[in-house]
Ligand binder design. Structure first.
Ligand SMILES: [Zn+2]
Length: 342
């Protein structure tokens, strides 16, 4: 069977197409196009799509929802929180954070810590701090510390006395606060959101969009390896909470949403990834080019993807607005009848 060639929407070369997920597969983006060549797909996948899928809050949501993507296994829950951390109240004390196998919740365990101290009588001593649950290890730790410092081991009776003393000297901290240092990368996130916008623009505006001056600019910026290359492209990219455009869909916090709107003679796309990251990208300055004499409903679309079930709502934006208006009226009517039935 011959593989059909097509014109890749990124490099514009005639090449065999590959399956490209418009919202990355790793976040459950189940809308695809076959208009991206293998080379562009793999290059942009690793540089651009991965920046979004592995962006800390997005990766955490993928873990919560169990979204596996390409690799077949979702990121482990709390993975960023696991490791060695510091106790907020006692910054010198280090703790190990891990998942408790029985409860599935985050567990914090004090790491064994020994330090030189001056005893009340002025003599030098060695203080050992361990987690209460490790008290059974204490005799071994004491003997190891003594050996290391060249003092003779304790007898079994002396060890038992030390364990008794330790068990009477337990400091319990309920719900301890811990400091964990995270590094979160924002690199190529702007590219990733603009890439979704560009691909949707192609899907909704059609073949002729590839020659639109705004498409030329967007494409060049997305494909450039320079991390700042998309900075000059106008539009909002950032926290979804700061983006009023999605106020009607705040309930659908795990959905990916996109819709097209007309403004200032151009067409803008509003895109939201979960309720985490959002963008408004002006995909063309010339709305008339696509709307005059054309089918408004095929250009001004609304798309909602529910990543866990794979459910897609792909309708004219007008239809979605009508659905929202009806829902608002019904909610008001329900409140009204509640008040009047008193
Ligand atoms: Zn290509």
């Amino acid at each position: 069977m011959a593989i059909l060639s097509m014109r890749c929407i990124f490099c514009l070369e005639e090449r065999p197409g590959s399956e490209e997920h418009i919202f990355p597969l790793a976040i459950g983006g189940c809308i695809t196009t076959n208009r991206v060549c293998e080379a562009c797909n793999s290059l942009l996948g690793s540089r651009v799509d991965a920046a979004l899928s592995d962006f800390f809050p997005v990766r955490t949501r993928r873990a919560e929802l169990g979204l596996a993507g390409n690799s077949g296994t979702p990121p482990p829950k709390y993975e960023m929180l696991l490791g060695v951390a510091k106790l907020a109240e006692y910054p010198g004390r280090r703790v190990q954070t891990m998942i408790n196998k029985d409860t599935g919740k985050l567990d914090i365990r004090a790491l064994h810590h020994a330090s030189d101290v001056v005893m009340p009588d002025g003599s030098k001593g060695r203080q050992i701090i361990i987690d209460e649950r490790d008290i059974g290890e204490l005799p071994k730790i004491i003997q190891r510390e003594r050996k290391r410092h060249g003092v003779p081991p304790l007898s079994d009776e002396q060890l038992a006395a030390e364990v008794l003393k330790a068990s009477q000297n337990i400091v319990r901290i309920d719900n301890p606060a811990v400091h964990i240092e995270l590094s979160v990368s924002f690199a190529y996130l702007r590219h990733a959101m603009m890439k979704i916008a560009y691909e949707l623009a192609f899907l909704w505006l059609g073949e002729s969009y590839l020659d639109d001056p705004s498409a030329v600019e967007l494409r060049a910026a997305i494909c450039a390896p320079d991390v700042a290359s998309t900075d000059e492209i106008p539009g909002y990219v950032g926290d979804a909470g700061g983006c009023d455009a999605f106020k009607h869909w705040t309930e659908d916090k795990n959905h990916h949403i996109a819709f097209a709107m007309v403004g200032n003679g151009g067409i803008g796309l509003a895109i939201r990834v979960f309720d985490i990251y959002a963008a408004i990208v002006w995909i063309t300055k010339d709305a008339a080019r696509y709307l005059t004499g054309g089918d408004l409903n095929s250009v001004l679309r609304f798309l909602s993807i529910e990543p866990v079930s794979g459910k897609i709502r792909n309708v004219p934006f007008n239809e979605e607005l009508a659905r929202i208006a009806i829902a608002i009226v019904e909610a008001q009517r329900a409140t009204y009848s509640e008040t009047t039935s008193e």
